[in-house]
Design a protein around this ligand. Sequence first.
Ligand SMILES: Nc1ncnc2c1ncn2[C@@H]1O[C@H](COP(=O)(O)OP(=O)(O)OP(=O)(O)O)[C@@H](O)[C@H]1O
Ligand SMILES: [Mg+2]
Length: 385
Amino acid sequence: MSAPSSSWVSRLLLTRFRSYAEASLEAGPEPVVLTGPNGAGKTNILEALSLLSPGRGLRSATYREMEREGDLPGWAVAARLTGRTGQSDVGTGTTADARDRRQFRIDGSPATSADLLATVNVLWLTPSMDRLFVEGATSRRKFFDRMVLALYPEHAGHVARYEAAMRERGRLLAEERGADPVWLSALERKMAEHGVAVAAARRDALGALQRLIDLKDLGGGAGAASPFPNAILALEGEVEARLTTEKALDVEDWMVETLSQRRGPDRMAGRAGFGVHRTDLVVTHAPKSMLASRCSTGEQKALLIGLVLAQTRLVAELTGYWPLLLLDEIAAHLDGRRRDALFDILMSMGVQAWMTGTDADVFVGLKGHAQLWTIDAGKPLRLAF
Ligand SMILES: Nc1ncnc2c1ncn2[C@@H]1O[C@H](COP(=O)(O)OP(=O)(O)OP(=O)(O)O)[C@@H](O)[C@H]1O
Ligand SMILES: [Mg+2]
């Protein structure tokens, strides 16, 4: 197989986005390092880049929170992007009339988030994900689903339609005078159809990721001393489990049946207690055979970085293009050995990784292989490196 091509942003323009009234930045395909003091606006730039993928970006914020405080409503992020469809100008943002829904444009024409997915994939790692293995299942599921949809672009649509049907079912169940059973059955059938598609894509993606982790030495060795230890992954979900032994259509019927039997308890609880919205990703530190949630803070971080690197590699292998990789404050909590190992891996990958840090010194290992920027009084400035 030929080496993956890089996808990269050559120009980024922010308008009334977070702390930026107007800011622009130009880049080559190599990794980009953004430095500057606390509050300079580094993470805001990564957040803007994360909006080049569907969803609410790396802070899971509302679109109103992204509007620049004290300025006119609405915001825009524009990028010149080289990706799967060649070079294109991608724009996304909200307007004063529609502040809660963002729109997309590609090369001047209206587009959808699915069109964007066909152009580029974006993966990220932020300090708030340090608690990924000890928090509730939601953030782990979202983290994993982000990679799944890089491999199966339809995944986003299935998740959205599953959730829409589930919300509608919840609303109907909550109605005082009792819900129309025919309408409820139709919604449960919808949940089952999309739910099985979601679960199947997750299973396939998990299998592919695990094979890649087992095969490749991504973290400089699979032993306990390797900087980014291998993970053993498992999906904990009833629907995913059923798909191991039964055909998709049978699982779908079983889901319909189960949902219809659970109407009473779900009405009482005010939410659906069964379905693919409850699936969890269980991660084990392979060299130690220890659940990630029981590993030390540093071990968890190393495991997480290893996992993101594996996801990055998998997206590249399966799509032929590197994703954009956003690594917020990545170097800060790594010891020198891990930092150097990470930089070596990134340089060997040909990925446009966007990294932030308060201090430029820790990025010295990337000298000559990365572009260095600092953010000064709200303006990104290119520095010699
Ligand atoms: N909607 C908004 N409008 C205006 N300013 C905002 C908005 N949201 C966040 N900010 C401000 O943007 C500034 C930069 O935030 P950002 O998180 O990008 O900083 P940072 O450079 O990553 O800092 P740190 O090193 O502490 O992580 C902060 O001072 C924050 O208060
Ligand atoms: Mg920050």
